[in-house]
Design a protein around this ligand. Structure first.
Ligand code: SAM
Length: 278
């Protein structure tokens, strides 16, 4: 069978005993990066043979894995950190093995999404894991706009150099007062959980150079029914004004009528009119 094994996202002690035993016992470990995982395995005294399996060779590797399993061997799949398949390679392989009727067994452990949710202090009973937002700003704003009325807690992975932009876009899309948490360097030396409104987090990210360092998860509280109603009302007002006025004027008048931030309304006006900045 193939074991899909979670490895630590920082603190080495987060590898489970079961994971350690299985990595020691299997015939071979498929690694996202054999050299990177080599360090972890060496620390654990595990010398199981390693083979690469990353986004560029995953399809080509399927036959190798299948043959080994059909020969009665058990293998493991690990990624550089955390749980394979969660924004890491493995989906194509696991689907192919399931289609071939092979056993695929999870060996659960660390994952940044769950670790962030467990300590962020935002509702974790219903959440949507959104992975990385698109890097291009138009696509990112469109994705955020589509999530604006979602009442579930939203979890994003984000690259440190894009955090400021992401928080600003999220404040525009969801409202500056929406509660959120930026979780940095979880389980590592400089772990930090920073809670606040999106406006406060934008301000912090612009001011504190440490805010944009390390690995980052952004957890955003879901839309309340009042904020959804307010946003729908603002959209209605904007749509009516856009029939008569350019986006900047429409945003200015809509801001007076609804009390929403002018900049956010201008951004929304551009989206509604499918236009570019004036
Ligand atoms: N498979 C991993 C998991 O289970 O979380 C995710 C891999 S994804 C390629 C890497 C991203 O996960 C990072 O850019 C960051 O957003 C998030 N991440 C991973 N480790 C983290 C940590 N220790 N603290 C905060 N975020 C982390």
């Amino acid at each position: 069978m193939l074991y899909v094994v979670a490895t630590p996202i920082g603190n080495r002690e987060d590898l489970t005993r079961r994971a350690q035993r299985i990595l020691d016992e299997v015939a071979c470990i498929f690694c996202e990066d054999t050299r990177h995982s080599g360090k972890l395995l060496a620390e654990l005294g595990i010398d199981t043979p390693r083979l690469s399996l990353h986004e560029h060779n995953e399809r080509a590797r399927i036959d190798t894995v299948l043959q080994r399993l059909q020969n009665g061997e058990s293998c493991a799949l690990i990624s550089d950190a955390g749980t394979p398949l969660i924004n890491d390679p493995g989906f194509v392989l696991v689907r192919a093995l399931r289609d071939a009727g092979m056993r695929v067994v999870p060996v659960p452990g660390a994952s940044a999404v769950i670790a962030a949710l467990s300590a962020a202090g935002l509702p974790a009973d219903r959440f949507s894991y959104e992975g990385f937002l698109p890097a291009k700003s138009k696509a990112r704003r469109d994705r955020l706009a589509a999530l604006a009325n979602d009442s579930r807690t939203l979890v994003f992975y984000e690259a440190p150099h894009r955090l400021e932009e992401m928080l600003a876009d999220a404040a525009n899309a969801f409202g500056a007062e929406r509660l959120a948490c930026v979780a940095r360097e979880i389980t590592k030396l400089h772990e930090e959980f920073r809670n606040g409104t999106l406006a406060e987090l934008c301000e912090w990210a612009a001011r504190d150079p440490n805010a944009t360092r390390g690995e980052i998860v952004v957890v955003v509280g879901g839309a309340s029914s009042e904020s959804t109603a307010q946003r729908l009302y603002a959209d209605e007002v904007l749509r009516a004004l856009l029939e008569e006025l350019p986006a900047s004027k429409a945003a200015k008048v809509a801001s007076k009528l609804t009390g929403e931030r002018r900049q956010a309304l201008y951004q929304r006006a551009l989206e509604l009119s499918g236009g570019a900045a004036e």
